[in-house]
Design a protein around this ligand. Structure first.
Ligand code: 5RP
Length: 233
């Protein structure tokens, strides 16, 4: 990864943790590469300030990071209300709508992030767009039940156009399998969309579990080194 990008991710993550994480909170821990810097900062502050935090993971990756760093692991059955969730994104538009799921963790991320009073996004400046799809060209991730992938692909292509690709593992070693034992379809689309309509349509297809559209849920986004954008929520 380019050095400037790493610096941006780290700066956004540190600032978000310092602004939003406080003693005695229950915190959602997102997934991806940017969130690693947030976890590092949380660990630093827990040690220095003796913070008492419960961390709820959004993925297997997040759970491992919580355990490896000696943080206190919680789950939604015990902590259904979170104070804050900090998570990455693949793209964020001018209204703070996000595409997530580049790492395939969108369903658990959506569940956990939705339970947080404040859902905070951390990302490098490449993710900052006017509209979804302006910069992110890897499509909209959609988690599907494995036996439904073919009819779901066809329904999406025939109704919305574009291409609905089954996400494959490196060297085409088979489909990517999510933490929920499902597959991911990446819908490659063209131009601006009515995302609320697209989301409603996708959820109406049998076999679709969740989409990577996080519409009107982010409270604040931290981009790269300095820029903080506050939502309308
Ligand atoms: C995983 C995600 C990630 O948060 C998203 O892909 C951003 O990742 P990164 O911080 O590595 O750019 O949604 O499902």
């Amino acid at each position: 990864m380019e050095e400037g990008i790493k610096v941006g991710k780290k700066a956004a993550a540190i600032r978000a943790v310092d602004d939003h994480v406080k003693d005695n909170q229950v915190i959602g821990i997102g997934s991806g590469s940017t969130i690693i810097y947030a976890i590092d900062r949380i660990v630093e502050r827990v040690k220095k300030e003796n913070l008492k935090l419960i961390c709820v993971p959004t993925s297997f990756q997040a759970e491992q990071a919580i355990l490896e760093n000696g943080l206190s692991l919680g789950q939604l059955s015990m902590y259904p209300k979170l104070d804050v969730a900090i998570d990455g994104a693949d793209e964020v538009d001018a209204s703070l709508n996000c595409i997530k799921g580049g790492g395939g963790c969108l369903t658990q991320e959506k569940i956990v992030d939705y339970c947080a009073r404040d859902f905070i996004v951390v990302a490098d400046e490449r993710k900052d767009s006017e509209f979804l799809g302006e910069k992110w060209k890897r499509g909209l991730p959609i988690e599907v039940i494995p036996m439904s992938y073919k009819p779901v692909q066809l329904k999406i292509q025939n109704t919305l156009g574009g291409t609905a690709n089954l996400r494959m593992a490196a060297k085409k070693a088979g489909p990517v399998v999510t933490d929920n034992s499902n597959f991911i379809i990446d819908w490659i689309f063209d131009g601006e969309q009515d995302w609320q309509k697209v989301d409603t349509f996708l959820h109406s297809i049998p076999g679709v579990l969740e989409t990577g559209l996080f519409l009107q849920t982010a409270k604040m986004v931290y981009f790269g080194t300095v820029e903080v954008i506050i939502g309308q929520i």
